[in-house]
Design a protein around this ligand. Structure first.
Ligand SMILES: NC(=O)C1=CN([C@@H]2O[C@H](COP(=O)(O)OP(=O)(O)OC[C@H]3O[C@@H](n4cnc5c(N)ncnc54)[C@H](O)[C@@H]3O)[C@@H](O)[C@H]2O)C=CC1
Ligand SMILES: O=C(O)/C=C/C=C(\O)C(=O)O
Length: 484
C-alpha cells in the first residue's frame, strides 16, 4: 500500500509517530498509510526551515525567487494529472470540480504571488530637520522567518498554496501541517519543489493530527515566527492561544454561516445558478458557502421551488467520471456531524424541500454520501440556522423589506461571506455596505480576484490575505531613517 511520508529538509522521511490510515471518501476504503510526525520530527522540520533562512534562499534576489515560484507553478501544471488523482483520492471530490478549481488554482497561486512581489511598493517620507538638511525615511520589507502553515481538508492544494506561495515570495521558509484527511498533494508538492530548485529546508511538510499532535507541536514551537491557519473557529482560538506565547502574529481564516439575500427584483435564472453553486458546490464544504438564505416574500415560493429542483439535479458516482457533479463528504465522522443536523432539522419541524437523507449509489455504499438538502420553516435560533454545518444544505426564510434582510443576515457570530441578489445595483451597493462580513458578492458567488482582501469579520477570522494583504502578513516592515 502507498505510504505518504513527511518532507523535511528536501527529503522524504518517516516520522516517529504512528502510521495512520488515509481513506477514499467515495468508498471508505483505505488507499494509503501516512507516517505521522512526532514532536522531534516537527522540531527537525522547524530547524531545517530556520537554517534555510540563512542559507542560499536568503541570498536570492527577488527576481530569482520569482523565477523559482514560476517553476513551481509550471511543475504543478506539468504533473496536473498526478495532483488531480491525489486530490480526488484524498477528498472524493469530482474531477469536474478539482480539474477546474483546485489544481489550476494551486498552480495559479504561485504565479499570482510572483507578480505581487515583483510590483509591491514600500513607503518613503522626507522630513524636515532643525538644521535644514532634512532626512529621508524609507521602509524595507523583511521576511518574518519560519511560517507555520496549518491547513484544512476542503480545498487542500488550493488553500495550502494560497499561504505557501506568498510566504515564499516574501523570502520566508515554511513548515506545512496538512489536514490528516488530505496529506497527499502537500507531499507531492515536495517533489515539485525539489525539481524546481527550491533549496532544501525552505518547504517542509509534517503529517499528523491537531490538538496534542503534530498541529499543536507546530503551532507551539518557539522557533515558528508566525502562523497562518484556515479551518474551524475553535481550532483558530487554540492556535491563537499557542501563538500568544512568544507574541507571534497569526492570520486566521475561520468558519462561517453565510447568508444569501434574494430581493424580489433579482434575475431568477442568474440567482438560482449562483445559489446552486454557493449552497452545494464541493458538497457544501466551502467556508464561503450559503447555509442561510433569506428570500423576499413575493418570490419566496418560486426561489424555494427552483433551488429545491436544482438540488435534485446532482449526479453522484465515480468521482473520476467527468459526469459526476457531487462527491461524498470528507469522512464518515464528518457525515455523522452533517446527518446529526439533518436529524435536528427534522426534529425541529423543518419542511424538507429537497434531500434530507443519504443517497443510494451502487458500488459506493461505503462512502460518506449525503443528499443536497433544502429546508424551510425553522426559527432563527435553531442550531441548523445558527451553526456551521459544512454540508450541502441550506435553510430558506422569507423577509419583507431591506431592513429586515440586513438584520437577519447580520444576526450571526460569524461574518465571512454574503451574497446579495438584485437587479437594483443601488440597493446592492447600499446593502453590501451594511453587511458585517469580510466578503460580499452582488449577483455572483466565488468570483475571486486574487489581489483582493480575503478574510472574515467577527468570529470568522483575523487578518486579510490576498494580493498585497498577504505580503503585509508574510513580511515585517522596518523603517530606515537617513539624515541627509
Ligand atoms: N475552511 C473552513 O472553514 C473549514 C471548516 N471546517 C469546519 O471544521 C469542522 C471540523 O473539521 P476539522 O478538520 O476537524 O477542522 P479543524 O479546524 O479542526 O482542522 C483543520 C486543521 O487544523 C489542525 N488542528 C486541529 N486542532 C489543532 C490544534 N489544537 N492545534 C493545531 N492544529 C490543529 C488539523 O489537524 C487540521 O490540519 C468541520 O466539520 C467544519 O465545520 C473544516 C475544514 C475547513
Ligand atoms: O481562496 C479561495 O478562493 C477560497 C477560499 C476558501 C476557503 O478559505 C475555505 O473554503 O475554507
Amino acid at each position: 500500500m502507498k505510504r505518504i511520508q513527511n518532507f523535511i529538509n528536501g527529503r522524504f522521511v518517516d516520522g516517529t509517530g504512528e502510521l495512520f490510515e488515509n481513506r477514499f471518501p467515495a468508498t471508505g476504503e483505505v488507499h494509503s498509510l501516512v507516517s505521522a510526525a512526532g514532536e522531534q520530527d516537527v522540531d527537525a522540520a522547524v530547524s531545517a526551515a530556520k537554517k534555510a533562512l540563512k542559507g542560499p534562499w536568503a541570498r536570492l534576489s527577488v527576481q530569482e525567487r520569482i523565477t523559482l515560484l514560476r517553476r513551481v507553478a509550471d511543475g504543478i501544471n506539468a504533473r496536473f494529472d498526478e495532483f488531480l488523482r491525489a486530490e480526488i483520492m484524498d477528498t472524493g471530490k469530482p474531477a469536474s470540480i478539482a480539474s477546474h478549481i483546485d489544481i489550476p488554482r494551486g498552480a495559479a497561486n504561485f504565479n499570482v504571488f510572483a507578480d505581487q512581489i515583483a510590483s509591491v511598493a514600500t513607503e518613503a517620507f522626507e522630513m524636515a530637520t532643525p538644521d535644514g538638511a532634512g532626512a529621508l525615511n524609507y521602509a524595507i520589507r523583511m521576511p518574518r522567518g519560519v511560517i507555520g502553515v496549518v491547513c484544512p481538508w476542503n480545498l487542500p492544494l488550493l488553500l495550502m498554496t494560497w499561504k505557501v506561495a506568498p510566504a515564499l515570495a516574501c523570502g520566508n521558509t515554511v513548515v506545512v501541517k496538512p489536514s490528516e484527511e488530505t496529506p497527499a498533494t502537500a507531499t507531492l508538492l515536495g517533489e515539485v519543489m525539489n525539481d524546481a530548485g527550491i533549496p532544501e529546508g525552505v518547504y517542509n511538510v509534517v503529517h499528523g493530527f491537531g490538538g496534542g499532535s503534530t498541529g499543536e507541536f507546530l503551532s507551539s514551537h518557539p522557533d515558528v515566527d508566525a502562523i497562518t491557519f484556515t479551518g474551524e473557529t475553535t481550532t483558530g482560538e487554540a492556535i491563537m492561544a499557542a501563538a500568544a506565547r512568544g507574541v507571534r502574529p497569526v492570520s486566521l481564516e475561520l468558519g462561517g454561516k453565510n447568508p444569501g439575500i434574494v430581493f424580489d427584483d433579482a434575475d431568477i435564472d442568474i440567482t438560482i445558478e449562483g445559489l446552486g453553486r454557493s449552497c452545494f458546490a464541493n458538497t457544501g464544504q466551502v467556508c464561503l458557502g450559503t447555509e442561510r438564505l433569506y428570500v423576499q416574500r413575493g418570490i419566496f415560493d418560486q426561489v424555494a421551488e427552483k433551488l429545491a429542483a436544482r438540488a435534485r439535479t446532482y449526479a453522484f458516482g465515480d468521482p473520476f467520471d467527468q459526469s459526476t457533479t457531487m462527491g461524498p463528504l470528507i469522512s464518515e465522522e464528518h457525515r455523522r456531524k452533517v446527518l446529526a443536523y439533518y436529524e435536528k432539522a427534522k426534529a425541529g419541524g423543518a419542511e424538507i424541500l429537497a434531500g434530507g437523507g443519504v443517497p443510494s449509489i451502487q458500488g459506493y455504499e461505503g462512502g460518506s454520501w449525503v443528499e443536497p438538502t433544502v429546508w424551510t420553516g425553522l426559527p432563527e435560533d435553531s442550531p441548523v440556522v445558527r451553526d456551521e454545518i459544512f454540508g450541502p444544505c441550506t435553510h430558506i426564510t422569507p423577509f419583507d423589506d431591506e431592513e429586515e434582510a440586513i438584520q437577519l443576515a447580520n444576526n450571526s457570530p460569524y461574518g465571512l461571506a454574503t451574497s446579495i441578489w438584485t437587479t437594483n445595483l443601488s440597493r446592492g451597493h447600499r446593502v453590501a455596505g451594511r453587511i458585517d462580513a469580510g466578503i460580499t458578492w452582488v449577483n455572483c458567488w466565488f468570483l475571486r480576484d486574487l489581489r483582493t482582501p480575503f478574510g472574515g469579520s467577527k468570529r470568522s477570522g483575523i487578518g486579510r490575505e490576498g494580493g498585497v494583504h498577504s505580503l503585509e502578513f508574510y513580511t515585517e516592515l522596518r523603517n530606515v531613517c537617513v539624515k541627509l
